[in-house]
Design a protein around this ligand. Structure first.
Ligand code: 0L1
Ligand code: MG
Length: 261
């Protein structure tokens, strides 16, 4: 893929994020033949543009990690992107819908490693042994594409819809919980809107970190110690509107909440 086209398409998505204006997906007209390999090249260019602007990577995130989402998109592999410093929302704070296009939230389980994990061949057991803490998180996703409508390459190029992250402060040792059966409820204004268990994430959230390490290895990168890793949505994502009070409650991992203006 031509370097100019990579830059042009990264600019296209980046501009939409900055202007908070939805765009037609890349594969609709601009470049229908976009492949997964090419979409990661666009994502890399997008990440580079953000870094050049002084924004900082906080940690990686995994997406399309549930059986339901994979089937819906007809894919076998999850995808990854990056959470940046400007996306982080503090627990108990407010966000404004106006700062996004059409934000949704999904509860996740986060991992922090005590040592780097470098694939290939990383197993979930390797992940558990290298994990210092697990913690609760809520990801805010905000596809830059009209109506959250995209193909897999489109969403990879769009940094996997990454727009926000609320990291909870309950830190637990990974072996102190059965992460596949940790339940979570996501409530808006006190009403449960979706619920699930850790097993919704590739059978066990540690599988998600292993898959991340093995995917990153293909480009000579690794999962780094100390970075918060978002492993993927446990429940269906829920759309936000002004006035919402968002709260997620995790079995054995505490609660997280924030307001929407
Ligand atoms: O984090 C996620 O699973 C989102 C990946 C992109 C799919 C979406 O925007 O719904
Ligand atoms: Mg997510």
């Amino acid at each position: 893929m031509d370097k100019n086209l990579i830059e042009e398409l990264a600019n296209y998505v980046h501009h939409a994020e900055k202007k908070k204006r939805e765009i037609t997906k890349i594969t609709a007209e601009l470049y229908p033949e976009l492949s997964i390999e090419e979409s990661y090249l666009i994502q890399e260019e997008l990440i580079k543009q953000k870094l050049d602007e002084g924004k900082k990577i906080i940690g990686p995130k995994m997406g399309i990690t549930s059986e339901a989402k994979m089937k819906q998109m007809n894919v076998d592999d999850p995808i990854y992107g990056y959470v940046f410093d400007y996306m982080v929302v503090n627990e108990g704070d407010s966000i404004s819908v106006e700062d996004y296009i059409h934000p949704k939230v999904e509860p996740e389980i986060g991992f922090i490693l005590s040592r780097d994990l470098e694939g290939p061949d990383i197993t979930p057991l390797d992940v558990m042994r290298a994990t210092e803490y697990v913690f609760p998180a809520i990801e805010i996703i905000d596809s830059r594409y009209e109506n959250f409508n995209f193909t897999l390459p489109d969403v990879i190029a769009d940094n996997t819809s990454a727009a926000g992250a609320v990291f909870g402060t309950t830190l637990k040792r990974p072996e102190s919980l059965e992460l596949d059966v940790v339940g979570v409820t996501l409530s808006i204004n006190g009403e449960i809107k979706s619920l699930g268990a850790g097993a919704a994430v590739l059978g066990h959230p540690a599988n998600s970190v292993a898959r991340l390490a093995n995917m990153l290895a293909k480009k000579g990168e690794k999962v780094k110690a100390g970075q918060p890793i978002l492993t993927g949505g446990i429940t269906a994502a829920v759309r936000l509107k002004p006035g919402d009070f968002v709260s997620a409650k995790y079995g054995g991992l505490g609660d997280i909440s924030f307001f929407v203006k």
